[in-house]
Write a protein that binds this ligand. Structure first.
Ligand code: NDP
Length: 445
């Protein structure tokens, strides 16, 4: 039997209860067949079998007390998947849908995303099924402190450096950092996404969203097109969505719709991103309130309706599997010709196949949203030498990194893919080749 199928069958049988993990392993391994054909030594070394098993998973309870004095217990995790090319690096997610399988999928993706940045960072991810929504600052702080009471012994600047993700922004990173410092008496770059006053990097807040747009623009430029006048749907209204929308608009695009998990807004003249930012970043309000500031815009309940709007480009920036086959078909029927994934794995395997069959430009998340972790690695570099770089310096490095990702991904697509636009294969292969070389060099570990 083909080596890739053999490993896939084993993963499906062993982890049948982790559908998101199976989905990402299927996508990644599925595009590595041409590499396995050229490197029979990988099969002998059981490289894929080793690659799909996390080096370590830490799971722990997180007890905390709310402001009314009631007790709660959440589950906390850190998946330290691969340290082949550097210390574990990847965000923490606080959301009720978090479980070990979701974090394994995210950590597995992170290995390849981090490799694509060209920086020395391994793959990890963590989080909890805690829901910060509707909690007071005091409650969020108590939860973060309890979470760190366990996590601190497993992380460190040369070991594992977590960052934010869904539900973990600058407020949570601040509380987590404060507790780490209190427990260890160390002031070091153990988390990224920190506030500027205590070791954070300029441009980190904007990095993921900006990176998505820099890569989109790089591809369009190579195709003789530009962002000017393109009508774009950006799903979500969190960190990635806001800065993707802001940068795309700055580069001449028209953002026609955004959403949260309750519903979406359609503003055909162009979304006022500053209003979204005020609602979401400062007031932690719902997106339905947007229409109070922009009466000509429409609000619709249910976020999935956002994919039924006609557009040129879709930037899914909310969560995994938000574009299923129906959504993909609606996008295609309504003229969408490019999808660049800001969220992690926002398209299902069926949706990806539909995009591929239609021949539209499709950029997978591990390449498109790598700008966030790239700037996190730059934050680590600044912390290690005790310097703070200017916004322009970090932004320029981010642009260069996204341009390099395009160059490596498209070269690998041309060499190993179905065609030069097969960025799924291109990103997977370009990322894998570096990880596999490091694994082989380091022996059986
Ligand atoms: P935020 O928490 O800032 O925002 C998430 C947004 O997505 C919110 O608008 C939220 O709506 C919506 N959302 C979350 N879960 C769901 C759901 N199950 N159904 C519908 N909508 C949902 O997160 P980020 O912007 O940081 O992250 C967004 C995506 O980007 C994630 O996939 C994350 O893994 C990925 N990513 C983030 C990076 C970063 O630097 N922040 C780096 C690389 C990838 P609501 O407020 O209603 O919950």
């Amino acid at each position: 039997m083909d080596y890739v199928n053999h490993v896939l069958d084993e993963v499906k049988a062993r982890y049948f209860y982790e559908p998101e993990f199976i989905q990402t392993v299927t996508e990644v391994l599925g595009s590595l067949r041409p590499v396995m054909d050229r490197h029979p030594e990988y099969q002998k070394a059981k490289l894929l079998e080793r690659l799909v098993e996390p080096e370590r998973i830490i799971s722990f309870r997180v007890p905390w007390r709310d402001e009314k004095g009631e007790y709660h217990v959440n589950r906390g995790y850190r998946v330290q998947f691969s340290s082949s090319i550097g210390p574990y690096k990847g965000g923490l997610r606080f959301h009720p849908t978090v479980n070990q399988g979701v974090l394994k999928f995210l950590a597995f993706e992170q290995i390849f995303k981090n490799s694509l940045t060209g920086l020395p960072i391994g793959g990890g991810k963590g989080g909890s099924d805690f829901d910060p929504k509707g909690k007071s600052d005091e409650e969020v702080m108590r939860f973060c402190q309890s979470f760190m009471n366990e996590l601190y012994r497993h992380i460190g600047p040369g070991v594992d450096v977590p960052a934010g993700d869904i539900g973990v922004g600058s407020r949570e990173i601040g509380y987590l950092y404060g507790q780490f410092k209190r427990l260890t008496a160390q002031y070091c770059g153990v988390l990224t996404g920190k506030g500027l006053a205590y070791g954070g990097s300029l441009t980190r807040t904007e990095a993921t969203g900006y990176g998505v747009v820099y890569l989109t623009n790089e591809i369009l430029t190579h195709k003789g097109k530009s962002l000017q006048g393109q009508r774009i749907i950006v799903s979500g209204s969190g960190n990635v969505a806001i800065y993707a929308a802001q940068k795309a608009q700055e580069m001449g695009a028209v953002i026609i719709a955004m959403c949260d998990s309750d519903g979406y807004i359609y503003d055909k003249d162009g979304v006022d991103v500053a209003v979204i930012q005020e609602l979401k970043e400062h007031r932690r309000a719902r997106i339905r309130e947007y229409v109070a500031a922009r009466p000509k815009a429409e609000y619709h309940e249910g976020f999935r309706g956002i994919w039924t709007l006609p557009c040129d480009i879709a930037l899914p920036c909310a969560t995994q599997n938000e574009i299923d086959l129906d959504a993909a078909q609606s996008l295609l029927n309504n003229g969408c010709w490019m999808v660049c994934e800001g969220a992690n794995m926002p398209s299902t395997l069926e949706a990806m196949s539909a995009f591929e069959e239609a021949g539209i430009l499709f950029v997978p998340s591990k390449a498109a949203n790598a700008g966030g972790v790239a700037v996190s690695a730059l934050e680590m570099s600044q912390n290690s030498v005790g310097l703070a770089w200017s916004f322009e310096k970090v932004d320029n490095r981010l642009r260069e990194i996204m341009a390099n990702i395009y160059a490596n991904m498209s070269a690998a697509a041309a060499e190993y893919g179905k065609n030069e636009n097969d960025y799924v294969t291109g990103a997977n292969v370009a990322a894998f080749l570096k990880v596999s070389e490091a694994m082989m060099d380091q022996g059986l570990v």
